[in-house]
Design a protein around this ligand. Sequence first.
Ligand code: NAD
Length: 483
Amino acid sequence: MSETPSATLFVGGRWVPARSGETREIRCPADGELVGVVAEGGAEDTEAAVAAARTAFDDGAWRDTPAPARGDFLLRVAARLRERKAEFARAESLDTGKRLVESEIDMDDIAACFTYYGKVAAEQAGRVVDAGDPDVVSRVVHEPVGVCGLITPWNYPLLQAAWKIAPALAAGNAIVLKPSELTPHTAILMMQVLEELGLPAGVANLVLGPGATAGAPLSSHASVDMVSFTGGVHTGRTIAAAAAPTVKRVALELGGKNPNVVFADADFDAAVDNALNAAFVHSGQVCSAGARLLVQDEIAERFVDELVRRAQHIRLGGPFDPDAETGPLISAEHRDKVTAYVERGVAEGARVRCGGTWGEGDLAAGYYYLPTVLDGVRRGMSVVREEGFGPVVTVETFADEDEAVATANDTEYGLAGAVWTQDAGRAQRVAGRLRHGTIWINDFHPYLPQAEWGGYGQSGTGRELGPTGLAEYQEVKHIYQNT
Ligand code: NAD
């Protein structure tokens, strides 16, 4: 690391400050304490990073490294991340305000993602095609796309980045990572690991700074072959539009408004437990949060009463409070947005069953918002249609399977959903009819690095994780040889 504390951009294998000399203070959302000062990059820094990535890709040192050796490198990254887990988890929690235990789980998942792509890197060599002519050799081969711009959000900062970095590097690409300006520290640590383990200079670059300046060139630049974005749907639209003139590959992982469907025959206690976790873990700042609870009529009143009773007892606290069950929102601005979102819902007729206010007393120094349950909602209301990205769950009811499916699918999004029932046939039927990229049955939130993740509808395009997550970063070439 450079001796200049704000030399936190990693461009062409060197740690450099922003060309403008600007810096940004990062403060912990749990208490406002200063966490660090980092470079505040801009468009000219991204320009330099793209140029470095282009040179590194065209030089071919990484692109032409055999795929099994690229896989070995990723396995070494995974091992190093496991060794440095405590340091990474602490940094993630300080930037996000997330409970340390959650950051530790994220770090395990990140190492698992690198391990998965380390193992499959060599298996994606392509295939031989039978051309129906013994004099013809026909092969379909996979090649890296080129220079990939990776733009990521603040809620799972390194996890979302890892879902892009690991497959992009496994496929042999050069990357420019632009994490959220609010949560840069684990991206810096990640680049340190890649540098330390000997990734050729320029293959991985890091630019910090605001989306509109440091991020925007990654979608518009002619030297960027692909932009992979995780974030809000509005930003996704801007990025897709900016990418159109250069017809680059675009992958979008956007928001969600995810239905959690509870049938009357569900295991009641497990469904309540998971409904709480689905809605309130990380204060609801989860793209797949179960923010839309659908409960069958005959148990609705009892279910919601119990949910509210337990939501009122959820303990909020900072990352290192061992008793905290959930933490703060990311910023004052975001808390204002959540506040306005709930107020809009109430104006439209929703009833606040609990929460609906900021944390007070010990919590006043951070950006806390109390776990909030809204009932009395109807399908057309903004709180039912729009992603709130806070600790807010709306409750709707349904009479039967058909109504449950119709209600759950009545959304512009389609990221994830859950079905709670003890009837295995119904579980599979409903899972099959839901238009969402991930369906949990009698569970909520788990995912696997070997299984694809992504959205239907306006939750995005493309998939992360699994073999498809690697294919996103590969060109496919047909080589036909007439011997
Ligand atoms: P955001 O869209 O505000 O920002 C995401 C990233 O885009 C940040 O790095 C930001 O600096 C950058 N950015 C902003 N404007 C840009 C522009 N014009 N050009 C290029 N980059 C730009 O999102 P956020 O508030 O950081 O994250 C929350 C959103 O992310 C939620 O909507 C959530 O659902 C979504 N999300 C989705 C997934 C998923 O897997 N589908 C995962 C996590 C978060």
